[in-house]
Design a protein. Sequence first.
Lengths: 314, 275
Amino acid sequence: MIEAHNLTKVYGDKTAVNDLSFTVRPGIVTGFLGPNGAGKSTTMRMIVGLDNPTSGSVTVNGRRYADHSAPLHEVGVLLEARAIHTGRSAENHLRAMAATTGIGRRRVEEVIDLVGLREVASKRAGAFSLGMGQRLGIASALLGDPDTIMLDEPVNGLDPEGILWIRNLLKGLAAEGRTVFVSSHLMSEMAVTAEHLIVVGRGRLIRDMSVADFIDSASTRSVHVRTPQAGQLRSLLLRDGVSVSSSQHDQLDVTGLSSDAIGAQAAEAGIVLYELSPVQASLEQAFMELTKDDVEFRASDDQSLTTHNQELAA
Amino acid sequence: MSTATMNVVERPAERTVAQRQGVSFPRVVKSEWIKFTSLRSSWLTLAGAVAAMVVIALVIGGNIGSKWSTLAPDDVAPSGVLRGYFLGQLLIGVLGVLFVSAEYSTGMIRSTLAAVPRRIPVVLAKALVFGGIALVAMTAASVTGFLGAQGLLSQSHHGVSLFDSGVLRVVVGTGAYLAMIGLLGAALGWIVRSTAGGIAGLVGFLIVVPVVLGVMPGTWGKNVVEYLPAGAGSAFTSSLHTTYMLSPGAGFAVLLAWVVGGLLVAATVVKRRDA
C-alpha cells in the first residue's frame, strides 16, 4: 500500500510534482502513466525517500519509507536500470545490497535464477545490455521478498520476450497479494498489464481510475459521415446524448448514435450520404487526449490525432 | 513461451518467506566491505599506492648511501626514505574520492540510499571500511618500505632501526597520514559527488593551496599552512622539526580534526540533499 498526500516537489522555479494525492492498493497492478516529464520518476524517488518532498507526504505500508527498519523487505524498487556500479558483477551487486539487511546468499542465487541472469551473474554489470540491466534491477527489487514492488519504466529496452516476462511477473506478484506500482509512458503496455491507472501530466493528477473504465471511455465510438447536406443532417441528429462536430463543411463526426441509426434516419429524410464509417479511438489516442494539455515537450506542429474523439476528455 | 515465463507463473506456490531482518550498522559495514573488495579498480589503485611507497623507498635507500655526506639534513633523516608518500597520498586520496564518487557517477548511490534510507550509516560504514583498509595497507607499505630501505643503507652503515628514538612515530605516522588523506578524499567525494571535482579538490587542498600560501609575503601564509592537512601531516611524518611546523601530537590532532570535520560535513549534506 502506497499513500501519497498532497505530494509536491519544486526544483527551483519548476514544479515537478504538484499536489499529488493517490493510493496504490495491494493485490493489483497499478499503472502510473504520464508523458515524459510528467513527474513519475520524481514521485517514485520521493516514495523511497531519495528526494524530499517540498510539501506533502507519502507513506508505504503505513509508514514513511525511511522509518521502516528493513526497507528492502517493505519495498522493492527499480528506479532506473543503471543504478548499478558498472565495475561490479551482478552477483556482487546483489550480495552488497542483500548484506545491508541480512539477506543470505541463498536468496541472492534465487533471484538471479528468477530473472534469468545465471549465465552472466559473474560478469561486470557495465557489459550488460539495457535489457539485462533491467533484469538485474528487478532482481535487486525482489531481493527482500517485499510486499510492495515499484518499478519505473521496467519494459524500457526489453525485447518482446522480456516484455512478456515482465508482464507475467508483475501479474504474478500482484496475485500473491502484493502492491505493484509500475510507471510507463505507454498506454498500450499498461492496458494489458495494469488493473488500475493513475494518470499524471505536468506533475498533476489527471485520472485515478480502473483500466476497465478507461477503456470504456476510450472506446466511445464516433461515426464519421460525409454528406452534401451536412447542415440538414446535423439538425436532424442533434438531440440529448448526441453530439455532432464538423471539421469540414461536408463532414460530420457524430457521437451517441450508431452508424446504423444514422444511416436509417438519413434515408428516411432523403439525405444523400457519401460516406458513413464508425471510428474507434485507440487507447493510445485516448491517453494522448487526456494528457494533451499537460505534455511538457511536444513537436511544434500539433497534429490533430484526436479529431474523432473530442468528447473523450469530458 | 519461454521457460523464464513459466518459472514466474509458478512462483506463487513456492513463495519464500525470507527472514525479515532489519538494517543494522554492522550489516551496512559488511555491504560496504563487499562493495570495496568486489571492484578490481579498488585493488589496483591500492596496490599502486603501496608500490609507490615501497619502490620509492628502495630506490632512495639504494642510492643515497654513497653520497651521504653531501646530502641535506632532511634527506638523511629517517623520514627521508619515505618520500613515496607524496605519490602515495595522491593515489590513496583518489581511491577515497572514487569509492564514493563512483556511486554517484554510476547511479549506484540510489540503490545504496534506498537500501539504507537513514543514509548516515552509509557515510560512516564507508569511512570505516575504507579507513581500515587504507590504514592497514599504508602502514604495511610504510613499514616495508622503511625496513627495505634501511636494509640497503646498512650496507654503507647509515641504516637506522625502527626502534631508534622517534622513528616508529614517523613510520607508523606516515601510514596513518595516508589513511587519513584517503578519508579526506572520501569526504570530498560525498561533498562534491563527482570524481573530477573530488580529485581536483584533493590536489588543490593538498598541494596547490599550501604552495600558494607558502610564497605569500610575511608569515601569515606559512602559519596557515601549518594547519592545513599536508602541513599538519608533516608535523608527525617528518623526523626533522622546522619552523612553521606544529608538534607531532598537535599535527596529528589537527589532521584528525580535518578528517572528522570533513566526514561531518559529508554526513550533513548527504542527509539533507536529494540523491
